[in-house]
Ligand binder design. Structure first.
Ligand SMILES: Cc1cc2nc3c(=O)[nH]c(=O)nc-3n(C[C@H](O)[C@H](O)[C@H](O)COP(=O)(O)O)c2cc1C
Length: 452
């Protein structure tokens, strides 16, 4: 060691420079992977680099967004951050009420309280930091802003994401999901691809070897982006563009007149859509737009009698609305229907959970079909009010529901469980796997079945 000459300043600089280049190349990998995946799935991406400096960008620097000092959001201080980190959800809800503009509070560098809370949610394992992020977004926190150096909420998120993987991954996925919900696909892609003042996108801050989570999160975003394109088109058929029928209309009011459903005499689609949670309105609208076969029942009915039928159900099963309305749907089952799967459905109903099962059903003419069935609760005014049962549910809807359950749980809302056939794969077909007939089961569990 004694004989070794200390490196000259010049040498240090060269080494530092080489390291920077190496790091920069490694960092580019996640972003290149993301772009390749998007293009591979047919998602159109603007080839121009996105940056807050670009006038077409929807991302604005906080300092530039507000023209007058009156418009500027609150500055956050230590007591406000302490409240966000340690306060109860009730206290925070009161503080960030939309008219207070606290949800958009920022510091002198334009870093927002949303960025701070997202970062913290990666390191604190309890649910409340995620619930705070959700509350901020619902109270008007704008995720499409960046700080003075061009970093947006995702720069912070990817930069901070370090193992341990399961917790961090779950928190990252949750937050990306919340942002997706708040900004839509376009906004999320823009956040993912927007460069800061050094020319780095959020993914460029990932150190792939240290943060194995990035690929999972990127794959999730790519899948949303690909399915959303299809989804958006179908959805706009039943909703019309926002504000097209009067901006004061709620989403549920906008979709009601466009939904094709047959309801019980004396009730209307508007009745059961009243006060329904937006995520649930969206599911019903998607199902109608995609011409899915589904039924709706009222939870207050002890025998889950059907109150609405989609036209596709009539086409697929041969049962007319008058055969179905006011009855329980167990008449679709028959001798070959798996008892275990029906048991799962029963359990889901009893615990206000979602059931995602595959079982043998019978059409009116006695022919059979394998029903990839999804039964999921719908909420109105915070309570589970209805159940929708979807025959041969498309994966995209099932995935959407799974995310919704996760989101409700994070918000501390009792979302019930997710009951599927994962635990006993041999008894039934899994979603996405080729279908196989359910095991024959001669014994009917229930008297009064229409088939046997
Ligand atoms: C809205 C709704 C739709 C349903 N659709 C189906 C269906 O398509 N196929 C099926 O086998 N069971 C379906 N079911 C389940 C049965 O109606 C019933 O709940 C299940 O057989 C368990 O209850 P049971 O033990 O009283 O028969 C549906 C239930 C509800 C609430």
């Amino acid at each position: 060691m004694h004989g070794a000459r200390p490196p000259t300043r010049h040498r240090y600089e060269r080494v530092a420079h080489a390291n920077t280049n190496r790091k920069r190349d490694a960092r580019r990998r996640p972003k290149d992977y993301f772009l390749q995946q998007l293009v591979g799935k047919g998602v159109r991406v603007d080839p121009k680099p996105l940056s807050f400096k670009n006038p077409d960008s929807k991302i604005t620097c906080v300092a530039l967004k507000y023209r007058t000092t009156d418009e500027l959001p609150e500055m956050y201080d230590k007591p406000l951050l302490k409240l966000m980190y340690e306060g109860s959800l009730e206290e925070i809800r009161e503080k960030v009420a939309p008219e207070s503009r606290v949800a958009n509070a920022q510091n002198a560098n334009g870093e927002t309280v949303l960025m701070k809370c997202c970062r913290r949610a990666l390191y604190t394992t309890s649910r409340s930091p995620l619930a705070v992020v959700s509350l901020l977004l619902k109270s008007g926190a704008d995720p499409m802003v960046c700080c003075d150096s061009g970093k947006n909420v995702l720069h912070d998120l990817f930069w901070s994401a370090k193992p341990p993987p399961p917790d961090v991954l779950e928190a990252m996925e949750t937050m990306v999901d919340m942002l997706h919900e708040s900004t839509g696909k376009e906004g999320l892609l823009e956040l993912m691809l927007s460069e800061d003042k050094h020319g780095y996108t959020p993914l460029d801050y990932v150190v792939p070897e240290q943060q194995p989570n990035w690929r999972k999160v990127v794959d999730t975003v790519v899948a949303w982006a690909a399915s959303d394109a299809e989804h958006d088109e179908a959805f706009s058929c039943v909703t019309g563009p926002p504000g097209s029928q009067g901006s004061s209309q709620t989403l549920s009011e906008r979709v009601v007149s466009n939904l094709e459903l047959v309801t019980e005499a004396g009730s209307t689609v508007a009745d059961f859509m009243r006060d329904m949670e937006p995520a649930d309105v969206r599911v019903v609208a998607q199902l109608c737009a995609r011409r899915c076969s589904f039924l709706v029942s009222d939870c207050s009915d002890p025998d889950a009698a059907i109150i609405a039928v989609s036209p596709a159900f009539v086409d697929r099963t041969g049962y007319e609305p008058e055969d179905v309305l006011g009855r329980n749907c167990r008449f679709l089952q028959g001798p070959g229907t798996s008892v275990q799967q029906v048991d799962r459905i029963r359990r889901a109903l009893a615990t206000r959970s979602t059931a995602d099962v595959s079982l043998l059903n019978y059409r009116k003419d006695g022919t059979t079909f394998t029903n990839r069935f999804l039964l999921t609760p719908l909420r109105a005014a915070g309570q589970v009010r209805y159940y929708v049962g979807i025959q041969n549910c498309p994966d995209v809807i099932a995935d959407d529901r799974r995310r919704n359950v996760a989101r409700l749980r994070r918000e501390g809302i009792d979302a019930g469980g997710w009951i599927d056939d994962e635990d006993e794969p041999s008894t039934s077909a899994k979603r996405g796997a080729p279908s196989s007939p359910a095991a024959p089961d001669a014994k009917r569990r229930k008297e009064g079945c229409a088939i046997c």
